[in-house]
Design a protein around this ligand. Structure first.
Ligand SMILES: Nc1nc2c(c(=O)[nH]1)N[C@@H](CNc1ccc(C(=O)N[C@@H](CCC(=O)N[C@@H](CCC(=O)N[C@@H](CCC(=O)O)C(=O)O)C(=O)O)C(=O)O)cc1)CN2
Ligand code: MET
Ligand SMILES: [Zn+2]
Length: 759
């Protein structure tokens, strides 16, 4: 029986990749040193897979920034603004400029967005008529050769052409599918090269689990016919994940590929259908170990399914696998020394998942693994029967939620009048919450968590920072201020740390984009709030200024989406528990005199099911959770929300149903394209479409931002338009932050001058 994983996390257990990348970008280390770190990581990760007993090691899953950008580089899809690239191919500096922009040359980065419904971000390929696909990066071949040289048996992994093209963004009016033939030709070249020394090559086509556009559907089978032909003796494994195949199952089955990988965690629903129609000769790769959560696999349940599959397809055509790439899991549970041992015993990270896959295979192969099976059963039982998981009081509280709790007392129009006391000018300026998390802030937090710095000193340090941040905003002339979120390590982890039902890792890092990582908290039990979480910081900030300070909370859907969530309770129910806890926080803030409160729902659209048919029910409970959080305040308190990376167009109705008084959204990278949504649907409340990209250090000019605002004014009445950046500023440094905000405020003032004279 063959065993494999769809990909391994690349960041490194000690975030070695992050550190090396950031050092390289700062000019502290050379390309050679960076590449040496990467080589060490790859070898280490291959070693883990091999010593677990997996049949292959994944290659091509390692990336300097993003695996979608790797394919973009392979195809030579370098947007014109980055200039000519080297004839030898896309070098790493061009590659990084595409990902991060070029501040010195004033070149904007490529867009970045969520990888399906995960918290991983990929760089969106750009396709223009002038794009001429040609093999421009051979990294995957080089990495695979390296694996062979080191004695491993590689299975190269790359994003397939239909998914790559589907995720791309074409120049206006251009049909991306016109490039299909040439794109496929490049893939054919690379596949035939890999086929010379690999017997199995994995092509990831998660788009098969989403709603595909007609062009993609039409293209699929002919494209795969060519790819299979080019792959000679190597077998192509068509990998699908994140949902069921449903309507696209026939495409997958007719692809002519040697194997089909199915996600049996999120796509279990189509198992019978797949088994019923799998062509004889096609390998079935069973993605049974969850690549996106941290719970141990229930071996007994998994074995039932696996035995059933093996009975159908036979030993020869059967592979056991992770549901998707382990990119979305933390690296190694063994690194966790402070987790409660009982909780820890319920979990498996990437390294442990490799072992789980291997052991499941061994058990099926009738090796004597009874010990592993007993241990697993005990762990599963311990979690199932634990007294820490369920809390009667919380359950009762949740059951008593009334419809009235989901509504503000008055309509937006009425509330607007009652909020006039805020006395805000036309085009009010604000920021999204965080200010630069400088090295010094992180250092102080680290000293505090190590115990080197006392609680009092740490608190004083944070207060001094807030003082400074308030002063800077006053100097800039911003209208609604924020306290800056300096006390937070992360907008989700921080809240989790103050609620019951959560636990935390020390090293459970997961890549979010490029060098940026998150440490998702783990929700293992019923959630409640132990006491106020943010009130002290917000009231301290408010005491320093006469301008309104926005209270700053992370919303229930976002806390849910960016945590590892228990799988023994409906997500919607976990979300309600979080919402109920946050509702108390909102009311506490109001009582403490914080009268503008932002509840971030950055992950609302990310959490959306991939298929249209499942979306309405998700949006219903997600919007209800937001309303439950936000509706307990008086009319004169202004509720804000913030969203980023959203495909707003198809959920604009749901966003309106959240009924926040003000929403800020990301839009600058897409040059206000999202405003298309407002062409047909007039958003009824106030809105701040972000006018500068905070993901890049580039300082946008006043004129540039004015242009974006003028664009917005076509669809948004001037009385309802806010002026703000795309997102929080925590990843930026102070100099560019101040320069950008100065220009932003100037743009708002200039616009005020123009528009206050126009009736
Ligand atoms: N959960 C989550 N998801 C999100 C976002 C988000 O903010 N949170 N934002 C969107 C974009 N994604 C992002 C994800 C991460 C970061 C980010 O800045 N991450 C930081 C880590 C944040 C953090 O947890 N910081 C901790 C730990 C910092 C740290 O690395 N400390 C050093 C020590 C530092 C020192 O002594 O100087 C260490 O532990 O080794 C803290 O501030 O306390 C990073 O990778 O650098 C930004 C955006 C979408 N998804
Ligand atoms: C990813 S959304 C970020 C919102 C948060 N308030 C911040 O400013 O950082
Ligand atoms: Zn944001």
């Amino acid at each position: 029986m063959k065993k494999h994983i769809a990909g391994f996390p690349r960041i490194g257990v000690g975030r070695e990749l992050k550190k090396a990348l950031e050092a390289y970008w700062k000019g502290v280390i050379s390309q050679e040193v960076l590449e040496a770190t990467c080589r060490r990581l790859k070898l280490h990760h291959w070693g883990i897979q091999e010593s677990a007993g997996l049949s292959y090691v994944a290659t091509g899953d390692f990336s300097l920034y993003d695996h979608v950008l790797d394919v973009t580089a392979m195809l030579g899809a370098v947007p014109e603004r980055f200039g000519e690239f080297d004839a030898a191919g896309v070098g790493i500096d061009t590659y990084f400029r595409m990902a991060r922009g070029d501040a010195a040359a004033n070149i904007a980065a490529m867009e970045m967005t969520k990888w399906f419904n995960t918290n991983y971000h990929y760089i969106v390929p750009e396709i223009s008529p002038s794009f001429s696909p040609s093999l421009s990066s051979r990294r995957i071949v080089e990495d695979t050769r390296e694996a062979i040289k080191a004695g491993f048996r590689p299975k190269p992994v790359l994003v397939g052409p239909v998914t790559w093209l589907s995720l791309a963004k074409a120049s206006e009016g251009y049909d991306r599918w016109e490039k299909l033939e040439e794109v496929v030709a490049v893939y054919c070249g690379i596949l035939s090269e890999l086929a010379e020394f690999c017997s199995l090559i994995q092509l990831d086509e998660p788009v098969l689990c989403a709603d595909m556009v007609p062009q993609a559907i039409e293209a699929f089978v002919p494209v795969y016919k060519r790819l299979n032909a080019a792959s000679g003796n190597a077998s192509l494994l068509l990998a699908t994940y994140f949902d069921t195949l449903d309507d696209n199952l026939d495409l997958a089955l007719s692809s002519g590929c040697g194997g089909l990988h199915v996600d049996l965690v999120r796509g279990r629903g189509c198992l019978e259908q797949v088994l019923g129609s799998l062509p004889s000769g096609m390998i079935f790769s069973a993605g049974i170990v969850d690549g996106r959560n941290i719970w141990k696999t229930d071996f007994e349940q998994a074995l039932d399914v696996l035995v059933r599959i093996r009975g159908d397809v036979g030993e020869e055509r059967f592979m056991i696998a992770s549901s998707c790439s382990l990119l979305h899991s933390p690296v190694d549970l063994e690194e966790e020394t402070s987790l409660n041992p009982e909780l820890k015993n319920w979990m498996a990270f990437a390294v442990q998942k490799c072992d789980e896959i291997s052991v499941l295979g061994d058990i099926l192969d009738c090796w004597d693994c009874s010990e592993a099976l007993i241990e697993n059963t005990e762990a599963i039982q311990s979690r199932r029967n634990s007294a820490w998981v369920e809390n009667k009081e919380i359950r009762e509280h949740c059951a008593s939620i009334s419809d009235q709790m989901l509504h503000r007392s008055s309509t937006y129009q009425e509330r607007r009048e009652k909020q006039a006391w805020l006395n805000l000018p036309l085009f009010p300026t604000t920021t999204i919450g965080s200010f630069p998390q400088t090295a010094e802030v992180r250092r102080q937090r680290r000293l505090f968590s190590k115990g080197t710095l006392g609680a009092g000193e740490y608190e004083q340090f944070l207060k001094d920072e807030i003082h400074e941040i308030i002063g800077r905003q006053e100097d800039l002339g911003l209208d609604v201020l924020v306290h800056g979120e300096v006390e937070r390590n992360d907008m989700v982890e921080y809240f989790g740390q103050q609620m019951e039902g959560f636990c935390f890792t020390e090293n459970g890092w997961v890549q979010s984009y490029g060098s940026r990582c998150v440490k998702p908290p783990i929700i293992y039990g019923d959630v409640s709030r132990s006491g106020p979480m943010t009130v002290e910081w917000s009231t301290f900030a408010q005491s320093l200024t006469t301008k309104p300070v926005k209270g700053m909370l992370t919303g229930p859907v976002t806390i849910l989406s960016w945590s590892f969530v228990r799988d023994d309770l409906e997500r919607s129910e976990v979300c309600r528990q979080i919402a109920l806890a946050l509702r108390d926080e909102v009311q506490d803030l109001e009582h403490a005199g914080i009268r503008v409160i932002q509840i971030d729902e950055a992950a609302l659209s990310e959490g959306m099911p991939l298929k249209k048919k499942d979306r309405a029910s998700y949006l219903r409970w997600a919007v209800d959770a937001f309303r439950l959080t936000s509706s307990g305040v008086s009319d004169s308190t202004q509720i804000h929300t913030h969203m980023c990376y959203s495909e707003f167009n198809h959920i604009i109705g749901a966003i309106a149903a959240m009924d926040a008084d003000v929403i800020s959204i990301e839009s600058s990278r897409s040059r206000m394209e999202l405003l298309d949504a407002f062409r047909d649907f007039r958003y009824p409340n106030e809105i701040g479409p972000g006018i500068y990209d905070i993901h890049s250090p580039r300082v946008p000019s006043k004129e540039e931002m004015m242009k974006l605002l003028e664009k917005a004014l076509v669809f948004i009445p001037k009385e309802r338009l806010w002026v703000n950046p795309d997102c929080g500023l925590k990843t930026r440094a102070w100099p560019e932050t101040l320069a950008s905000l100065r220009n932003m405020v100037a743009a708002a003032h200039a616009l005020r001058d123009i528009h206050s004279y126009v009736c």
